[in-house]
Design a protein around this ligand. Sequence first.
Ligand SMILES: Nc1nc2c(c(=O)[nH]1)N[C@H]1C(S)=C(S)[C@@H](COP(=O)(O)O)O[C@H]1N2
Ligand SMILES: [Mo]
Length: 261
Amino acid sequence: MGRLRKLLIPGVDKHLLVKDATKAMPDLLRRRFIAGGASFGALTLLTGCDVLDSSSAEEMLKKVSKFNDAFQAFIFNPDAMAPTFPESAITKPFPFNAYYELDDAPEIDGKDWKFEVSGLVENKKPWTLEELYKLPQVKQVTRHICVEGWSAIGSWTGTPLRDFLKLVGADTTAKYCWFQCADREGYNSPLDMRTALHPQTIMAFKFGDEILPRAYGFPMKIRVPTKLGFKNPKYVVSMEVTNDYKGGYWEDQGYNSFSGS
Ligand SMILES: Nc1nc2c(c(=O)[nH]1)N[C@H]1C(S)=C(S)[C@@H](COP(=O)(O)O)O[C@H]1N2
Ligand SMILES: [Mo]
């Protein structure tokens, strides 16, 4: 949610577009869209359209007006799969985003870092990076969508969170996995358990074929392709499995915690 993203789109008034799109939606979708904050980013997520100018805005509106019941059933299904892309579709350079400049991003020494696990789990042993790197990993190329209305395709490799939750004996009937990050002023985000168990939700250790760079969250980012960007915590230092809703950095500022598909 950097300041850079507040750029205007030539010939497009974002507020009007959101308003028009809301009007064009079928009932159930409209209600959910409004309840979710009716953001421009959510519109991008729903339509898969990047609005760059007035003609892509037209495209987006056309898409919204064609939404039907089957589509609604799909987007309200938390188990639906996020689309994947070929490596040739990766956005270069992939954007850095945070509530501060890159210079202020956490500088973490991978040798000292430990991932703390607490709450409703059997094994609360902290994990070193070396130990985590040994877990089976998957690679996925997916679209990252920021609530501010930009999106980019990236490649992340890591361990499915559901495998890790099983490994540490997490109570997967609990409501949330709550992540804390190393950012100076703090950053955190709760992830609902259903999404934590989604097969595409991973503990990402690599971007492309490289160790996750500092910009994108070294040493670990929780990559959740079915949720908006702010539900993808970087520089993660701990996870608590809990039934309590503990809030989050952007969630506390009014962004809908569900913020996803
Ligand atoms: N720790 C931390 N995680 C964060 C953020 C942040 O400021 N701090 N910003 C979020 C937002 S709003 C976005 S869009 C993405 C940006 O990730 P990127 O820098 O890899 O593009 O990270 C998310 N995770
Ligand atoms: Mo974002």
